[in-house]
Design a protein around this ligand. Structure first.
Ligand code: HEM
Length: 503
């Protein structure tokens, strides 16, 4: 979900009142006052409850839910928004009535950058989404495909370890956020785009283009909350900026596709990658959904973006949590040493024995889900939840962040305690609604099996090879753990660390 900056909010407020009042009056008829709607906080004219979101909406809405309960209906500009904050309500949305809540709202920036909803993540619920998701799972994200990327993961992690080792010998502070971001991008480039950024001129393009587009995805677009005022984004210049980024992304994806076409025509024995497979589907005419060039570009861009950003953000939080919690770090290092000994690298086959590593990953994803509200959903018809009427077309926000810190469910939820998962069957695969960093139901993240082995092998090797310290004698408790809200919720400041070799 995109976040409002105060500046933008004031800009919206500065709009001539007369126009907006007229629009509000026109919209008012969409609910019957007799229906039993979920509780709402008091709202102010024009912006409704937008001003109450603050800079960290997951926290503001958690506080609001303490007063109003786990199901609330807010008015965000002209858009009704349902916010749920309990396990039972999340289950209702993503299991019991998943078929009603499995669509996505049409948001301007993703719609522009992702070829009018021809991707997977922002596509409206329906046959196209089903087919695009199926193709992505079958040809990129299935357990068999993920297994086939093992060598790529190991090579890229080895490159990362070498880079950190070089900084050790010169005693330089490493920006580990950049290191982990590059790792996620390099693995995604090789597996999704069939490109190794290190070897080619693609490196800068991939980094710059993707960085710009993922930053844009989090931008506030007035029309997403005030549909009748979309024209304002033309005045603010946002629309022009989005179009400019889209042009770059489009040229980049065209170049990737052209390169695949020319390589296939020159080398008949070349092994097919994901882009080749999508191109071969373009020629199939026997499906009820066709995959043309625009569709291929949308799917590739979507998977690349979804695959890199969240994986990187999770690794950044895990490393930060481990630095802040020396006891957990020691226990993890002991576990790894007990399994791997002084072997130079932790390998894929070692990971399954690492129970504490898995517990650390779950705990960090409980503590900092990278999508605090998942990806917003939209109801496709009127629904009823515990007697309340949820209007069709409401935007749905599941406050995963609040659920995963709910003291009714978690003991000491504000403490980082991986031990809580050691003798527990709770998993994040969408069955246990108290831990849903990947979502659940029809729209659950299809990339869990792709992301987890990357995170496991990266963190295990970073712990196996190095001891870690904060620079300038900084203490763990002084670390800045502030969140920066956006489409994915990162640490606000980069993670700067000093590493010393320990093998
Ligand atoms: C730790 C890393 C990741 C996290 C935490 C994460 C989280 C999520 C979440 C919360 C959603 C929305 C689920 C919902 O609405 O219920 C999602 C959707 C999605 N994710 Fe991930 N994700 C991760 C990695 C990946 C990877 C590696 C890929 C692909 C390479 C990927 C591809 C997608 C796609 C395509 C969707 C849209 C699914 C749909 O709408 O049907 N994700 N992810």
């Amino acid at each position: 979900m995109s976040l409002l900056s105060l500046q933008q909010l004031f800009f919206v407020l500065a709009i001539p009142l007369s126009i907006v009042f007229l629009l509000l009056l026109r919209n008012k008829g969409s609910y019957s006052t007799k229906t039993c709607l979920p509780p709402s906080p008091p709202k102010i004219p024009i912006i409704g409850n937008l001003h109450q979101l603050g800079t960290l909406p997951h926290r503001s809405l958690q506080a609001m839910a303490h007063k109003l309960g786990p199901i609330m209906l807010l008015q965000l500009g002209q858009v009704p928004a349902l916010v749920v904050s309990s396990v039972d309500m999340a289950r209702e949305i993503m299991k019991t009535q998943d078929h009603i809540f499995a669509s996505r709202p049409s948001l301007k920036v993703p719609r522009t950058l992702l070829y009018d909803g021809r991707d997977v993540a922002f596509a409206p619920y329906g046959e196209y989404w089903r087919q695009a998701r199926k193709v992505s799972v079958l040809h990129l994200l299935s357990p068999k495909m993920v297994q086939s990327y093992e060598l790529i993961r190991e090579e890229e992690v080895a490159f990362m370890i070498e880079a950190v080792s070089r900084s050790c010998s010169s005693g330089t502070v490493m920006n580990m956020s950049e290191v982990l971001n590059s790792l996620a991008k390099n693995i995604a480039s090789r597996t999704i785009l069939g490109k190794c950024p290190r070897e080619e001129e693609w490196y800068n393009i991939i980094h710059v283009v993707i960085h710009e587009s993922s930053k844009m995805m989090g931008a506030f677009y007035v029309g997403d909350y005030f549909p009748s005022l979309s024209w304002l984004s033309r005045l603010t210049g946002l629309e022009a900026r989005v179009n400019k980024v889209f042009k770059k992304v489009d040229e980049f994806l065209d170049a990737i596709i052209d390169d695949h076409i020319s390589r296939s025509s020159h080398d008949e024995h070349k092994t097919e990658d994901f882009v080749d497979i999508l191109l071969s589907l373009e020629k199939e005419t026997n499906r009820n959904v066709s995959f043309g060039r625009e569709n291929i570009k949308a799917i590739v861009e979507d998977l690349f973006g979804a695959g890199t950003e969240s994986t990187f953000v999770v690794m950044e939080w895990i490393l930060a949590d481990l630095i802040r919690n020396p006891e957990a770090r020691k226990r993890l290092k002991d576990e790894i040493r007990g399994i791997v000994g002084s072997k130079p690298m932790v390998k894929a086959e070692d990971l399954n024995k690492m129970k504490y590593l898995k517990a650390v990953i779950k705990e960090s994803m409980r503590f900092h889900p990278p999508g605090p509200f998942l990806v917003p959903r939209e109801s496709i018809e009127d629904a009823k939840i515990t007697g309340y009427v949820i209007p069709r077309g409401a935007r749905i926000f599941v406050n995963v962040w609040a659920i995963q810190r709910d003291p009714e469910i978690w003991e000491a939820p504000e403490d980082f305690r991986p031990e809580r998962f050691m003798d527990s069957s709770i998993d994040f695969k969408g069955h246990d609604f108290q831990l849903i960093p990947f979502g659940a139901g029809r729209r659950i993240c299809p990339g869990i099996g792709f992301a987890v082995p990357v995170i496991e092998i990266a963190i295990a090797n970073l712990m196996h090879h190095f001891d870690w310290k904060l620079p300038d004698g900084m203490k763990e408790e002084d670390m800045d753990m502030t969140e920066a809200f956006g489409l994915t919720m990162r640490k606000k400041s980069d993670l700067q660390l000093l590493a010393t070799p320990c093998l």
